[in-house]
Design a protein around this ligand. Structure first.
Ligand code: PEP
Ligand code: MG
Length: 318
């Protein structure tokens, strides 16, 4: 059918450009996996779960309250499977639930969600997952099931951490359902709070396979700018020197410790930021499906420049 022919065409055109830095793709819906794969991406650097859970029409916490955890696990297994299967053996980093409370309001069970003045600064990401660990448990159970089916290409990525204790607690929750971090699955975190970026070495000491920059939030929190407020949108820039300084510093510390670095925020689809990150030695870039071909070209261009400069220097030193 027409979808398949497009797929083949994209694959052929994406194939010849090989880069040292991996170029991955962000996926938010299982149904989008095939199109994302057809870009020739080296894996999924961010698999968002929010849509999968919200598409049930019911707040995930309601499944737990009503003793329907198995149903929630099944929704997750079915959805994640579609992505890890298409991408196998390329890795897929599954990001655990990170929806602010206001996004649950319209769903069944949403009436029980708290009213927060500032949902973006509130009960979301790892904070809520640790307070209500049953959701995280369901997510880990789903990953364990996939693992048992041979889908060892899935990794866990935790959102919105601001202290290493959260990483330790999340690992304990994984172990409680029989999923051993680092052994059974790669275990990593988003770097999207300034706190995490500034004390990344303390997270590294806790044990990390990888980090991925969530520049959407990192920019919002570093510049104190609501990412959804049009009145301040003109000030919102990932190229702000404070952000670039944080990104470079984290890459440097992670490289020294052997922790893989990546980016999955919108900045990973922006050539001017990608150039800086590749020069700084980032291991992979995860971009939107539409941006993958352009980003691959940018990465190749920067790598060529780096290699030519190194070769020139080596010749001069002889
Ligand atoms: C980010 O913050 O950059 C990110 C990728 O996460 P989200 O946009 O889902 O908050
Ligand atoms: Mg984020």
């Amino acid at each position: 059918d027409s979808e398949e022919s497009t797929t083949t065409q994209t694959n052929v055109s994406a194939a010849p450009l090989i880069t040292v830095t991996d170029v991955k793709v962000n996926v938010s819906m299982a149904e989008a996996a095939k199109k994302a794969y057809a870009t020739g991406a080296d894996g999924v650097g961010l698999l968002r779960t929010e849509h999968m859970m919200l598409a049930t029409g019911t707040v995930p916490y309601k499944f737990i309250d009503e003793g329907r955890e198995d149903e929630l696990v099944k929704v997750l297994v079915d959805n994640i499977l579609k992505v890890v299967d298409v991408f196998y053996p390329k890795t897929v980093w599954y990001r655990t639930l990170d929806a602010p409370t206001d996004e649950f309001k319209t769903l069944e069970g949403g009436e029980n969600e708290p009213d927060e003045a500032n949902p973006m600064l509130g009960w979301r990401g790892i904070r809520r997952e640790i307070d209500q660990p049953d959701i995280l448990k369901a997510e880990f159970k789903a990953i364990k099931k996939l693992h048992e089916q041979g889908y060892t290409n899935v990794g866990v990525m935790l959102p919105l951490l601001h202290k290493p204790e959260e990483l330790r607690q999340a690992k304990e929750i994984a172990r409680s359902v029989g999923l051993e971090p680092h052994k059974d699955v790669d275990f990593g975190m988003m770097v999207e709070t300034p706190a995490a970026a500034i004390i990344i070495e303390d997270f590294i000491a806790e044990g990390l396979d990888f980090i991925s920059f969530g520049t959407n939030d990192l920019t919002q929190y570093t510049l104190a700018l609501d990412r959804n407020n049009e009145l301040v949108a003109k000030h919102y820039s990932e190229a702000h020197p404070a952000i670039i300084k944080l990104l470079k510093s984290v890459i440097k510390k992670c490289k020294a410790a052997g922790v893989t670095t990546s980016i999955c925020g919108q900045a990973g689809s922006k050539p001017e930021i990608v150039e800086i990150l590749v020069e700084a030695g980032i291991d992979s870039i995860s971009a939107n499906t539409d941006a993958v071909p352009t980003i691959r070209k940018i990465v190749a261009k920067v790598e060529k420049k780096i290699m030519l400069e190194a070769a020139k220097k080596a010749l001069m030193d002889e």
